[in-house]
Design a protein around this ligand. Sequence first.
Ligand code: NAD
Length: 501
Amino acid sequence: MPASPAPLSAATRAFLERRGSGTGLLIGDSWQQAEGGQTMATVDPATGSEIGQIAIASPADIDAAVEAAARAQPGWAATFPVERARILWRIADLIEANIDELAELETLDQGKPLFIGRWAEIPGAVNQFRFFAGQAMVIEGNTLESSIAYQPQGKQMRSWTVREAVGVVAAIVPWNSPLVLTAMKLAPAIAAGCTVVLKPAEDTSLSALRLAELMLQAGLPAGVLNVVTGPGAQTGAQLAAHPKVDKIAFTGSTATGRAVLDAAKTNFKRVTLELGGKSPSIVFPDADLSLAIPGVANAIFLNAGQVCIAGSRLYVHRSIHDQVVEGVAAYAKSMKLGHGLDPSTQMGPLVSAKQAARVASFVAGARAEGATVLTGGDLHGEASTFLSPTVITNARPDMTIVREEVFGPVVVAQAFDEPEDVLAAANDSDYGLAAGVWTESLSTAHRMSAALKAGTVWINCHAMYDAALPIGGIRQSGWGRDSGKQAMDNYLEWKTICAVV
Ligand code: NAD
């Protein structure tokens, strides 16, 4: 695979000079090195070459970040909603004004083709801040008619509820879509009056550091956002266990979600979990195949399959199975792999050699279990991080490749005969994040969307998300929802007030 095809922009080079040598802990309004100066490398996954160093926060650094957030929280919660909204809106404007730099940084650190960040994910982050700027202004409780018998003579009972910020939030995010997933946590938390300690993924911390700079520039008071970087098992685990953290907002794997739940037990932290998925794409015989074939291919191959809502299980009606599967395989073979900064690249590398090896081992496992690798499956590139888009057939429902999240560009196709058969197969999963249904029949679309066990169902489309639309899963895909006005519930408590007046 080619090295980075063009010199980096002056803005990105300047950022890397400022923050790329381990000076990226944000505590209060101070950018710092880790106590003891410990750092780790962050690399360009397309080439394996080092981009810079990120700080490894020590327990004392994490303590200082949580203390800064705790100090800032009452003042921030007391700030007029209109002021919180104004700052959130300014953050959105600043992200938009720096979109090219942020997209370049994201591609360099994560590997994704530039167009994904530039045209989808970073505009998505902008919209998160704008949507939750509005939500900051409409936080409301209720007045309640109670049936309490206690009524002293001449007095009346009044009761009402108010919403109050949960407090200090630990936001822990993964590496697949770093900036937009970070925005999904920060925007509602800050709108609600919480303060945050953010822990970006160790492979992709850079865009979070640039975002934090922009948030300070937008006028966010010191301590409302703090950033600690470092490995998950160390920095993430210490932050999740911190006794002064009131809530953990986590996005990541189901396995880490369990560890986060354990850490939350100590002081009963509030927890929301956006976890893994194994989402079905279901193609009915009446589907418009000119939309469905590229649609189900994109559902799995976009961002090299490193998407929680990826359509990784493809169910196709037997009458069109071969046509659709051949179409998806042809799409896979036509995709141009390359460095994400090359504008002609359609698929970049996986995020790391470790992740690429993990995905390749799922493909090898499927072969060993007797499935057919119709196309793809091979690793290449100077850092062994590119995996050709892969289509697997002849799988049985009990195979690992059908049951476990791969988080790479690998789709497993199976045929079905009756709607009830495909419904049972689609719902036969530990996960319940999303599903896609491809049909021209209104009746099929309604019946399937009602019966599929998933947090989101798309009809004749896939992976459409928006700041206004709640997203999240059932079963082992998690607890709670990001985005939409429902996300405010993650960061607000109810308080009931009863008064004799
Ligand atoms: P991961 O669970 O390995 O890491 C996620 C974050 O948790 C990282 O910041 C990591 O450093 C941190 N972490 C790791 N161990 C920790 C611990 N013991 N305590 C606290 N924090 C810890 O996940 P990943 O590999 O970075 O991301 C891929 C996963 O994320 C996939 O399973 C994917 O489905 C999921 N995901 C879910 C959604 C969603 O909305 N449901 C969105 C994107 C990604």
